[in-house]
Design a protein around this ligand. Structure first.
Ligand SMILES: Nc1ncnc2c1ncn2[C@@H]1O[C@H](COP(=O)(O)OP(=O)(O)OP(=O)(O)O)[C@@H](O)[C@H]1O
Ligand SMILES: [Mg+2]
Length: 614
């Protein structure tokens, strides 16, 4: 936990260091911070690449001496000098190979480490997101960004780390060597290199929008798969497989077309490069051969152009073009990685809407809840809660009824700060919820959400989410109250029974009961049950209510329900309509004052009361 906290704090500091602006340089600078812990590997890679590049240049450099030695054998040179140059070249080649392997290993470690840091930072940051933050990106987009996008950037980094030293070094050294070898022929490069660079940059500009589209479409693709797999039971029961396949194919096809266009454009890199190589080689061969044959002039160092020099120059052409190729590949990776990087930065830069204040209150004194002129709007200007004023004493049990969409869930969500009020304030234990440390507040307020989730693991693991240190005795006590015990006996391994992903191997009612037990284990001061027994039979529902009544007398309870029976015995019942509490009172009062309640009561209980617990 401490480890997680320090890492979270570290990542938070890194984010706050600067305000992000969308430029490629800013993106690179911003993301380079996530190389922490792997700079050593990066620097070793750079050193190894430098050695590799120097050796490569040396091999070429000594080639002209070797060729000239062979050519002049028996006249000005002996076999000894041939062996010497061949030996030097072989040694350089060996060192280059070794350094290349070393660079590969360390570059892999650095880029994989960078990816790990980035994923971790994103995941930790997402934990602080409010529901509203999540709504903004959509779940599938967050998944794509933390997986596919990070992998793209990681691959780009792997390539860039090696090329960022190698390409400019090879280019500059080769150019210098060309000038040394024959400066009057080296001008050819000064014309060709800018033309090639210009062409490559132009291609990159054309291709960029396609990649932007590809990665945004990935979100749709993931959404399609996620929704389908998540809702596979509904898909099957409605026979919608073909519809789903059609939708998936549509999105997949769009990605295919975008990729095809992008890759087709990128493929022009190759002819541009080859065109440049051949042009440079031809020009050099033409001018050099002319000189060799005609002995027209001497080169820079005073010696005449010869075959050794010509072949060296041609090899330098290859080296220069290789470095240009590397630059173009890096540039392609940057284009592909750029969009992914920006999408990652958006996640990291998203400000969590709900955070603890600077000097938070660290204790919730009691379960009193006070809504003071509370309004809330999901969409600006369209409030779904309107000026709610109501006070609930600590330990009271409140029942909430109302048509669907009357904002029952929204109202109770404000107590645990799942959303923050748009107007007014919510007080818990006499303090504004925004003044509490968020952890403290959420520990004191247990919410059993309408759409609840169990996680992969055993039943015990899931229940311990409520209290990591809970003993088996405490767990069983919560299970008794939540009516988990009756079905737990039938589970193959009791508390150690495995829950599959999403809790698909337990029934709807069993899942609800497990979620209630999990909430009870938190020992909260406020317990919110949002339609949490809707899938339970009325008998079980009554037993749960009875258990709560007797076992948790000091806990303030909010029970949202569709059944009148579930709230009938509450200290107070609120009837909600269109974001307002339209009637309040106990069951008897409401039978007289609220037409809605009376109608619900009569339709559900048939005018006569009955004891469902029997
Ligand atoms: N995340 C959201 N974004 C935008 N609007 C939302 C969101 N959640 C709920 N709403 C809207 O807010 C209003 C109140 O929703 P809420 O879920 O609070 O109703 P409810 O009374 O709990 O309904 P139900 O009985 O069906 O659970 C509805 O009009 C709904 O469409
Ligand atoms: Mg609801």
């Amino acid at each position: 936990m401490a480890n997680k906290k320090t890492r979270a704090a570290k990542y938070a500091d890194m984010r706050q260091e600067e305000t992000f602006q969308h430029s490629i340089v800013q993106t690179v600078r911003y993301l380079s911070k996530y190389m922490h812990g792997y700079w050593k590997d990066t620097i070793i890679t750079w050193c190894a690449v430098l050695v590799e590049s120097i050796c490569e240049v040396l091999v070429v450099y000594f080639m002209q001496d070797l060729i000239n030695s062979v050519q002049n054998l028996g006249t000005t040179t002996t076999m000894n000098s041939v062996y010497l140059y061949a030996g030097i070249m072989a040694a350089c080649a060996l060192v280059a190979v070794g350094a290349g392997i070393l660079a590969g290993i360390f570059a892999a470690s650095a880029s994989a480490g960078f990816g790990k840091n980035l994923r971790e930072a994103m995941f930790i940051h997402i934990q602080d997101y409010s529901f509203r933050n999540i709504d903004k990106f959509s779940t599938s987009s967050i998944v794509t960004r933390t997986t596919t996008d990070v992998t793209n950037v990681q691959n780009a980094v792997l390539m860039i780390i090696r090329a960022v030293v190698r390409a400019p070094f090879l280019m500059i050294i080769s150019l210098i060597m060309c000038f040394i070898t024959d400066w009057k022929l080296a001008w050819i490069f000064l014309i060709i290199i800018p033309i090639v660079l210009f062409a490559l940059l132009g291609l990159a500009k054309v291709v960029h929008p396609y990649f932007v589209k590809v990665f945004n479409t990935y979100d749709d693709l993931n959404e399609s798969v996620e929704e389908n797999v998540d809702g596979i039971r509904v898909v099957k029961s409605f026979n919608r497989e073909e519809d789903q396949i059609r939708h998936f194919n549509g999105v997949s096809d769009l990605i295919y077309r975008c990729f095809f266009h992008a890759e087709s454009i990128i493929n022009f890199n190759s002819p541009v490069m080859q065109g440049a190589v051949y042009t440079a080689e031809l020009l050099i061969a033409y001018f050099a051969s002319y000189q060799i044959v005609g002995h027209h002039r001497v080169s820079y160092d005073g010696s005449a152009m010869n075959v050794g020099k010509l072949s060296t120059l041609i090899t330098y052409v290859m080296l220069i073009m290789m470095s240009l190729m590397l630059i173009s590949m890096v540039y392609t990776m940057i284009i592909i990685g750029r969009n992914s990087s920006e999408r990652i930065v958006e996640i990291l830069e998203e400000k969590p809407e709900i955070v603890s204040p600077a000097n938070p209150i660290r204790e919730v004194p009691n379960g009193e809840v006070d809504f003071e002129d509370v309004s809330y709007a999901y969409v600006q200007g369209k409030p779904v809660l309107n000026h709610i004023n109501v006070k609930v004493p600590s330990g009271a049990t409140i029942g909430i009824l109302g048509s669907t969409g009357s904002s029952k869930t929204t109202l109770v969500s404000l107590i645990a700060r799942l959303y923050d009020v748009t107007e007014g304030k919510v007080l818990v234990g006499g303090h504004d919820v925004r003044d509490y440390d968020l952890r403290v507040l959420r520990d004191a307020v247990a919410v059993v959400l309408q759409k609840n989730t169990l996680f992969t693991g055993t039943i015990r693991d899931n229940l311990k989410w409520g209290n990591a240190n809970a003993t088996d005795e405490e767990i069983m006590k919560a299970c008794d109250v939540a009516q988990v015990t009756p079905f737990l006996k039938d589970m193959p391994d009791g508390l150690d029974t495995k829950i599959s992903q999403g809790g698909t191997n337990v029934s709807g009612g069993q899942k609800q009961r497990l979620c209630i037990a999990r909430a009870l284990l938190k020992n909260p001061k406020i317990l919110i049950l949002d339609d949490s027994t809707s899938a339970c039979d009325t008998h079980t529902d009554a037993l749960i209510r009875e258990g709560l009544q007797h076992e948790r007398t000091d806990v303030t309870k909010f029970i949202i329900a569709q059944r009148v029976l579930s709230v009938k015995d509450c200290d107070e019942i609120w009837v909600m309509n269109e974001g307002k509490i339209v009637n309040r009172g106990n069951s008897e009062t409401l039978l007289e004052t609220s037409q809605v309640y009376r109608e619900l009561y009569e339709s559900q209980l048939g005018g006569g009361d009955f004891d469902a617990s029997k």
